[in-house]
Design a protein around this ligand. Structure first.
Ligand code: BGP
Length: 475
């Protein structure tokens, strides 16, 4: 659909940026913090770990000052469960609460709205040792943890996110790390974990509404659209299979509180139906999200499964590299799009399509809580970082958001990944995303100074003009 005039960004649009606790904070064992699964997992050799990260824990004041200079209206970050409850349950670590209180107050002082993720991949290791999300007790642990945060920060935080990328946790558990000396859970276990997370999320959303009536809460999933490789009808079925299993099945539960029928048939056929206790579905149904948060990086192209092992990509899948599954779908190349150095498809138009589909299906306001391009940014001799590829990437995606707004989609914020350089989930510091460069190497911590990249100045101009500058106004 073409328009003569594109709708402007809403005047209260939340121009933001994102990070997550374990990727940005460092201070992995300070001030009473307990160990999380991230601290205890095996990570690829030769890549930076998460112990120091960008040392945001100690530099948060300087960083927030820079976010203010950037013009951010919102900062999306996560709270480390293990700083609040080192063992996942039990006694509250007051120092952990005090830290986040300082961070939130500092943001509010600058007029930056905190958007807080309750849980971003870093489950307390003490809970993992008791079975993690396989164990129903983790549901109560999560709800108890959420209650502490709602009671403590409910008057200051108006936007909460429940679980970051539950679909990544379930579909690509290896992307987050492999348990030391261990193996990944079976599919049956993963779908049981998924069910427990959904009950926990439903209860947390209900609790948020009860304790913080002025606040809004929603799930944050990694969403994408699937293209069918050809006009062959079987390719269309395969693309639909994977679009449902990867995205809709998670959101259907979070929003409508019911298992998607196609997912159910898929689970039934394989003997993976989770154990569901009385009251679980009610808890999922009662927890109503106020909005949907989506993390969007790329699209995928899908063909009919050949039914044998050749469907599975020789390169291990990750959040954005589709693995393939015999009898379900087979990933294909898309000749119409580029890829990042790490093989992630670059497709800004796919964002418009994804926004339209999510909105059409759920009719809830949408915020984009991640979107960005990972690259081995270089600090050049002039003391700058010339990341024009990041400007191009974000510009193209913002333009498509404006098209989606013009299509009638309610988008109320954009928080690209990442506010500043952070440790990549599995590619260390070689793969950077931030508007602010952190001067450290993979292992050489250097001086950790913060350097504004070219994209910083560009995004600053976009925000200051509410999207009127820095984008090409194509119609
Ligand atoms: C998302 C995660 C983020 C972040 C991002 C980039 O899936 O929610 O935590 O890591 O992907 O991924 P990566 O660091 O693997 O490039």
């Amino acid at each position: 659909m073409h328009y003569t005039n594109l709708k402007p960004f809403p005047k209260d649009f939340l121009w933001g940026a994102s990070t997550s606790a374990y990727q940005v904070e460092g201070a992995w064992d300070e001030d009473g913090k307990g160990k999380s699964v991230i601290d205890m997992m095996e990570h690829p050799e030769g890549t930076a770990g998460f112990t120091v990260a960008s040392d945001h824990y100690h530099h948060y004041k300087e960083d927030i000052k820079l976010f203010h200079e950037l013009g951010l209206k919102a900062y999306r970050f996560s709270i480390a469960w293990t700083r609040i409850l080192p063992e996942g349950t039990g006694t509250v670590n007051e120092k952990g609460l005090a830290h986040y209180e300082r961070v939130i107050d500092e943001l509010l002082r600058y007029g930056i709205e905190p958007i807080v993720t309750l849980y971003h991949f870093d489950l307390p290791y003490a809970l993992e040792e008791k079975g993690g999300w396989n164990n129903r007790e983790t549901i109560d642990a999560f709800v108890n943890y959420a209650r502490i945060l709602f009671e403590h920060f409910g008057g200051k935080v108006t936007h909460w996110l429940t679980i970051n990328e539950q679909n990544t946790l379930i579909l690509h558990p290896g992307a987050v790390g492999i348990p030391k000396g261990g193996s990944l859970p079976s599919k049956k276990e993963l779908y049981q974990q998924n069910h427990h997370m959904l009950v926990a999320q439903g209860k947390a959303m209900s609790l948020c509404h009860e304790l913080c009536p002025q606040a809004k809460i929603g799930p944050a999933l990694n969403m994408t659209s699937m293209y069918q490789a050809t006009s062959k009808p079987e390719d269309a079925i395969a693309a639909h299979n994977w679009e449902v299993l990867r995205g809709w099945s998670f959101l259907d539960l979070a929003v409508h509180g019911r298992y998607n029928r196609l997912l159910w048939s898929y689970l039934e056929e394989r003997g993976w139906i989770p154990a569901i206790k009385e009251g679980d579905l009610l808890a999922i149904q009662q927890g109503q999200p106020d909005f949907i948060a989506i993390n969007y990086y790329s699209t995928a192209t899908i063909a009919e499964s050949t039914g044998d092992a050749s469907d599975v990509s020789p390169r291990a899948g990750d959040q954005q590299i589709m693995l393939g599954e015999p009898g379900v779908y087979r990933p294909e190349e898309n000749p119409y799009v580029d890829k990042t150095k790490y093989g992630w498809v670059i497709d800004s138009v796919g964002l418009r399509l994804t926004l339209r589909k999510v909105y059409e299906r759920y009719q809830l306001p949408i915020i984009i809580t991640e979107n960005g391009i990972g690259a081995p940014d270089e600090l050049t001799e002039d003391g700058a970082v010339h990341d024009d590829y990041r400007i191009d990437f974000i510009q193209a995606h913002l333009e498509q958001i404006q098209w989606a707004l013009s299509d009638g989609v309610e988008v109320f914020g954009y928080c690209p990944w990442a506010a500043m350089d952070v440790v990549s989930t599995h590619q260390g510091y070689a793969k950077r995303y931030g508007f602010i460069y952190v001067n450290r190497g993979e292992f050489d911590l250097k001086d950790m100074s913060r350097i504004k990249k070219d994209s910083f100045y560009w995004y600053q101009r976009v925000i200051a003009s509410n999207g009127n500058e820095g984008l090409s106004q194509r119609t």
